[in-house]
Write a protein that binds this ligand. Structure first.
Ligand code: CP
Ligand code: NVA
Length: 298
């Protein structure tokens, strides 16, 4: 039984294959008649808000020939305290796969273990692996390859997206530099586990973006951290603005997983000047996740 729970636990070969298959799904969207989920029903359990992930999975399951049901934890017994392992054993007897967005990463691991159906992490506090497959598609589309490229992540370096990126860099070998404020440094035990010589963490945002082919950013306050507005002052020097972009490679591309908060982690000017890249990146979620679901049921 295969699951897609993290970039940490996938092989480099599988990750690269998913990226390339996502590009194939994108090119063949109008013409493909492959239906790897025909006859299947997939469930989506979400306990956090979502636009891109929800829509791309709902469309993706249908385009692969399956049915999909969206379940908000507000409406489930899970939201009233039913254990995830009981929820998993019930759904495991009724649906063929499950896509989960939640807080605690252990919950998706437990669901996968007890449900015994292909399980996808659609974002936890620890990782956002689907995002990274789509983002790597964008890197290939924009730069041709990740090999030999320098990718900087500027902002909250210790969040789910940056962590998944760090694992991807370890697997695929490109230079990855995280620029994050001292007060919000990447967790030392995480870096100990990562052990990747090609991944570095700095507080020096200018050094991080120098020569970068891609600057990547994300919100300063991830879902669940809404009450921590005091973080924003520390992150202010880490805004992706034109002055920062000017220090990078002359053809540097900006990635943002979205939603974006203009005037905070990115300026209106940079977001709009890079809109083609950023909204293609969002579209890539659909194609990337079709590749992931197909891989899980193969
Ligand atoms: N990037 C992303 O996962 O977006 P949503 O929160 O809208 O799903
Ligand atoms: N780090 C962000 C990603 C949103 C897609 C969050 O967890 O809210």
């Amino acid at each position: 039984m295969k699951h897609f729970l993290s970039i940490e636990t996938i092989s480099a070969q599988d990750l690269a294959a998913l990226v390339h298959r996502g590009i194939e799904w994108k090119t063949q969207r109008a013409t493909s008649n492959e239906l790897p989920l025909a006859g299947q029903t997939w469930a989506m359990i979400f306990s956090k808000a979502s636009t891109r992930t929800r829509v791309s999975f709902e469309v993706g399951v249908r385009e692969l020939g399956g049915n999909v049901m969206f379940l908000s934890t507000n409406d489930m017994q899970l939201g009233r305290g039913e254990p995830i392992k009981d929820t998993a054993r019930v759904l495991g007897r009724m649906v063929h796969g499950c896509i989960i967005r939640t807080f605690d990463h252990a919950d998706v691991e437990q669901f996968a273990h007890y449900g015994q159906i292909p399980t996808i992490n659609a974002l936890t506090d620890s990782e956002h692996p689907c995002q990274i497959v789509a983002d790597l598609m964008s890197v290939v589309e924009e730069l041709g390859t990740w090999q030999g490229k320098k990718i900087a992540f500027v902002g909250d370096g210790d969040n789910n997206v940056s962590r998944s990126w760090m694992w991807a860099a370890k697997l695929l070998g490109f230079e990855f530099v995280v620029a994050t404020p001292e007060q919000y440094a990447v967790d030392a035990s995480f870096l100990q586990r990562l052990q990747a010589p090609n991944v570095s963490v700095t507080h020096d945002v200018q050094a991080a973006v120098q020569g970068a082919h891609v600057i990547n950013t994300d919100v300063w306050l991830s879902m669940g951290q809404e009450g921590q507005a005091e973080k924003e002052a520390a992150f202010a020097p880490y805004q992706v603005n034109q002055a920062l972009l000017d220090m990078a490679d002359s053809d540097c591309k900006v990635l943002h997983c979205l939603p974006a908060y203009r005037g905070k982690e990115i300026t209106e000017e940079v977001l709009e000047s890079q809109a083609d890249v950023i909204f293609s990146q969002a579209e890539n979620r659909l194609h990337a996740q079709k590749a992931v679901m197909e891989w899980l049921v193969k």
